[in-house]
Design a protein around this ligand. Sequence first.
Ligand code: CP
Length: 320
Amino acid sequence: MIFRARHLLGIEHLSPQEIVTVLDLADRYVDLNRRTVKQSDTLAGMTQINMFFENSTRTQASFELAGKRMGADVMNMAVAQSSVKKGETLIDTALTLNAMHPDLLVVRHPSSGAVNLLASKVNCAVLNAGDGRHEHPTQALLDALTIRRAKGRIQRLTVAICGDIAHSRVARSNLILLGKMENRIRLIAPPTLMPSGVQEFGCELYDDMRKGLEGADVVMMLRLQKERMDGGFIPSEREYYHRFGLDAEKLSHAKPDAIVMHPGPMNRGVEIDGELADDINRSVIQEQVEMGVAVRMACMDLLARNLRADRGKRAAEVMV
Ligand code: CP
């Protein structure tokens, strides 16, 4: 079992072997989560602080459940009621919480790179729960687990990532992970939502859904991130749905057994047809949510092992 990381800041820092380690362990946590009694004592005695400077349903809830199921003391910092609202900086907030000796810090922040900066200031393990347009590593890992369980592998697949690529940290983390695992990746978006320089990731670019979906094994839809747009990216939501929204007809160009994914939250009728999103024969969107808890348990378990090993080494050095 290989996993050397001290923090989980992005997929870019993980090797293919470390990704497989997370997925293998997460598979075991899926089994635990399906039992009536879901408790383990993996994180017993440890303190986990969740700091969400941006809204979240799935990521926040699943990190909280993951920590509680593994026996950690979990504290959700209420950012809206905190001294952040009085102007306290991210770093001062982090140093204040660090002084309370947490073991795991889970952070979502609107600025790209904020979580990496924070990790350099604290002496616990930091997990990136999404930073700006940069990375959302646990989302890419839960997507990989969902794909591996549906397709039996996470290599040599054709994966189409469609929609608002430009504003999406989910797309970026998936692009890196799927590339490391030697998949064929297609990005499908209007030119205004396709980031420049993305070809360096070795993917194929399309602005036509039907052509881009031809022969795809996996169709990953992205949310149109209206909150990160200042106008002018699309003519109208109606026009966007007509050209880039996934419906049964466009999906018919992918392989007959292609799976449909979406990280959520969804804009039904904008990037995806609501009925297709709910079609359990094609859509794995609910499985993605389930895998999210297991993947976050696996990530915190592995980071806690490394933290304990580091502290044990330091304690031994002090005794010598
Ligand atoms: N996929 C995802 O990050 O969802 P939330 O914003 O609800 O956490």
